[in-house]
Design a protein around this ligand. Structure first.
Ligand SMILES: [Ca+2]
Length: 335
């Protein structure tokens, strides 16, 4: 919807002959604390080979494409305020030894009106970290897509990494490793990823959940894809899939297939992946790791005070330590 509105607006501006037009902005960084919003951190390519870059007079705006390619002088583009919006965002470039980096820190908010390519058509290292801020993407995020370099020589593929330390990512959809094999990675420690539509895994790529919640309407191309495994390693955190993934597509064992096929693992395969529908989260299939302690506790006894899923003398001692304690207010109501 947003994309369509933007295009309608673009056409409208062209029709009016406005001086407002979309431009490609390239990150150079190094000034003003590497703030995304500082004009001096951006340059615009020219057609003059003698002077290939012109200084930007502002940060990219909502009709512009932002390229973070770590061309010269590796710095991290830092989203430190709200209100930043671009039409499209591209990270990573061929043949560069340094990964392109973006940080969305607490108090920062970046909105992308259409798509994000992390290694998309470029094929090299990049890293985007959400560290307390908010990242809104109205379209798709592609991580590790169409890597020409990796296709010719998989060992040349560099990692493209999305890290959610805390904060929120809202997007239409998230695609890992579509088209060509490439090393797309997602690491999530806390916070939220909210996907309006699909979480799509293709030829490799890994999402490791240490904490937080990933919510999606559906999974894509799993497990019909090429058998590159695993795709999600649960070490905490929760995956919420809309509806009943136990019975979707008439396959009553789909969640079992995902686990048995090795697409969903926990603690690197050391523990069980748990899934339930409409119990932990109404209307959703909740997928998470077991306790990570060699057993699972599906029904914890109410007198299990130390949480080991057994009622023992340890729990009794815990209760005994407060035997006959009375915290009533007023105190004279205690017998
Ligand atoms: Ca116990």
């Amino acid at each position: 919807m947003m994309k369509n509105l933007v295009w309608i607006f673009c056409v409208g501006l062209l029709a009016m002959g406005s001086s407002v037009y979309a431009a490609n902005y390239y990150w150079f960084g190094g000034s003003a604390g590497d703030s995304w919003g500082a004009a001096q951190n951006w340059k615009i390519p020219t057609s003059d080979p003698e002077n290939p870059w012109s200084d930007a007079t502002s940060a990219p705006g909502y009709m512009d494409v932002a390229y973070i390619l770590s061309l010269d002088g590796q710095t991290t583009a830092t989203v430190d305020q709200t209100g930043y919006e671009v039409f499209q965002l591209q990270l990573g470039v061929n043949w560069n030894p340094n990964p392109a980096k973006v940080l969305i820190q607490a108090g920062g908010e970046l909105t992308v009106a259409t798509t994000v390519g992390m290694g998309w058509d470029q094929g090299v290292g990049c890293e985007l970290t959400v560290d307390g801020g908010t990242w809104n993407v109205d379209g798709q995020i592609y991580i590790g897509d169409r890597s020409a370099t990796a296709q010719l020589d998989p060992s040349a593929a560099k990692e493209c990494l999305l890290v959610i330390n805390s904060g929120t990512l809202n997007a239409d959809s998230l695609f890992l490793n579509t088209n060509n094999a490439f090393n797309g990675q997602v690491e999530m420690y806390s916070g939220n990823i909210n996907l309006d539509t699909i979480l799509y895994f293709d030829r490799g790529g890994t999402m490791t959940l240490y904490g937080g919640t990933v919510k999606a309407k559906q999974l894509g191309n799993v497990p019909q894809s090429l058998p590159v495994i695993p795709v999600i390693d649960f070490r905490g955190g929760t995956l919420l899939l809309e509806g009943d993934w136990m019975v979707i597509n008439g396959n009553i064992n789909l969640m079992d297939d995902l686990r048995d096929g090795g697409y969903f693992i926990a603690y690197g395969g050391a523990n069980e992946v748990l899934a339930d529908y409409n119990i932990t989260t109404p209307g959703y299939t909740t997928v998470r790791a077991g306790a990570g302690v060699g057993y699972n506790c599906f029904n914890q006894p109410s007198a299990d005070f130390d949480g080991d899923c057994r009622v023992t003398l340890v729990d009794f001692a815990e209760m005994a330590s407060e035997w006959l304690k009375c915290n009533r207010v007023p105190a004279d109501t205690c017998p």
